[in-house]
Design a protein around this ligand. Sequence first.
Ligand code: BGC
Length: 701
Amino acid sequence: MNASQSPDTRASELVAVMSLSQKIQMLHQALADTAGSFGAAGYVPAIPSLCIPAIVLNDAGSGLADGQTDVTAYPAAISQASSWDPTLQRQLGASLGEESFEKGVNVLLAPDVNIARVPLNGRTSEAFGEDPYLAGQTAAAYIQGVQSQHVIATVKHFDGNNQETNRMTINAEISQRTLEEIYQPPFNAAVNQGGAAAVMCGYNQVNGAYDCQNGPLLRGDLDGQMDFKGFVVSDWGGTHSTVASALNGLDMEMDVVQEPAILTRLAPIDNAAVENYLGEPLKAAVLSGQVPISVVNQMVHRIFRSMFAVGLFDHPVPPAPTGYLTPVDTAANQAVALKAAESGSVLLKNANGVLPLTSADKTIALIGLDASVGAETVNQAGGSVRVDQPLVSTPLAALLLRAAQSGDTVVYYDGTSPQVAAALAKSSNVAIVYAGYTEAEGTDLTNFNFTNAVCTVAVSECESVPANSDQLISAVSAANPHTVVVLNTGGPALMPWLNQVSSVLEMWYPGEEDGNAAAALLFGDVDPSGKLPITFPASLSQLPTNTAAQYPGVGGTEVYSEGLLVGYRWYDAKHLTPLFPFGFGMTYTSFSYSGLHVTPDGSSVKVSYSITNTGSRSGADVAQIYVSDPVASGEPPQQLKGYQKTFLQPGQTSVVTLTLPSSAFSYWSTTTNSWQIAPGTYGIRLADSSAGYALTGTVTR
Ligand code: BGC
């Protein structure tokens, strides 16, 4: 307990005085007891004689989940990524960390940084989109926030965990270069920039070995290349062996059998394994000499090292049930949830300045079940990420209130009949239609439209979505050209009616502040400033994973033959025009860039530019830096390597300087098995989306 010693020294001293049974107890899930883990997904009991606190693990991608109550429901991860705002993301992480701490939870099972290789993945909303750099930066900020509250963040699911179809067994065949450049950088940023103290290994296999016993992944890439010093915990029921897991880098096993709530959730979808591999079987393997005691010591050491480093010994969480019963949805945390929901919303279309609503919009038709009081609104995904928290305010309630302030009227209709909706729209100045689809862990989507949304994890977790949203939007927009569509989707949407409507606002799954965020954005109290972290395809056939061998796999294997061409990298390389490109998002004002300077600075490169708010409202823009490598490197046409969100008043200009490290110019060489810089000229685009307005420059390396 000498806090002046290093985490490593403290861990070593502790391991040295433990019996084998005590060590084994640290390595696996225990049955919750009264002193234990109310509402948590996982629990490792305390050893009071050695001052070792209990470890309580809980899901928290967008709020404390697993049945915890009186907590804040923040927006989904895909919305968090859409704000492109690390400062806000750190604040969200700190709020979540604080809630966890108060609840007695000292390990959070987030962030999820799996890349949106297949946007049909039922967990797209749980992660940060399709770009490794954006996902890594968003994750690092979240982790810094969480861990500032003495709560460990667990970055997941390492690695290649990019679809839900056959998720417990699917083998992802991925080349080392693709792993290095696309699927590992977010983990690297989480570990080395964010300081993540834990990593969760996934259910699936990569290149023929289950993630949680995958030596090349865990020992080679994670421990070796990324120099990860924390502990690796299995996904729930994702362990498949005792000896191979211990020898290949798994440190803690979580199974599904001990926690009744988890078993109920997971058993139907996964036929979840009920074995335990790192309890008694590991003890037996040590006693029989199959696993050296030094390996067990190392496993326990890694757990303690993280616990000491993040402060779990020195700042113990309140014990259950005190913590469990504490309401933590404070006004301050709700304010963060509101700001995040506003900041993560993306304005995709706004013809003729129909938004924000003005004093001319006296009568507003609000249409769609998702907007209404009493209906179950699409404000969250299902599965382990689901937060048990009602809306603070539905869109209907919030819009009624806000409209009343400016003397306007809102008339609501649930949208059951497109004809009735159209008649209402015709007699109104403006029509707002809500549409969306649900998604949840355990199942992939079959498409992105609003008629086929499926949810099979637990029907009670799914929400009703009107089956006819496309028809509804067409009918309403035919009756009133001033039609605004608000989307609640976990990933891309197809929009057959796009040309007929005036505005589209993507709000993803905004969490409990759904209504208040919508009202603020639609009325222009807040300027939309989110940008897409994922490409919206024009059709399903545009997706990079269009063969069965790629997705959902054949004979138990999915082949990542698209290689580096994930997301916009694919659309750029194939000259495909998506519905909306990666990085795209409009504001109520306008911005221009000027004076791009690209200057070598040792092994890094400085990029500076001026950004001006050329419109008449305050707002924020995200300037994005895309690097194009010399052709010989074999890299995709361009890749995001930097960005900066800048808030400006009308007419205001700001000069921004960003530094691109040498890694922004490196590729993974399969010849040398290391990062290399291809000599030659690199293109630099300063752009407002992957396909948008840009200033260009070059630099030689
Ligand atoms: C999910 C994990 C989650 C765990 C515990 C699993 O089904 O894949 O992301 O952390 O359950 O709830």
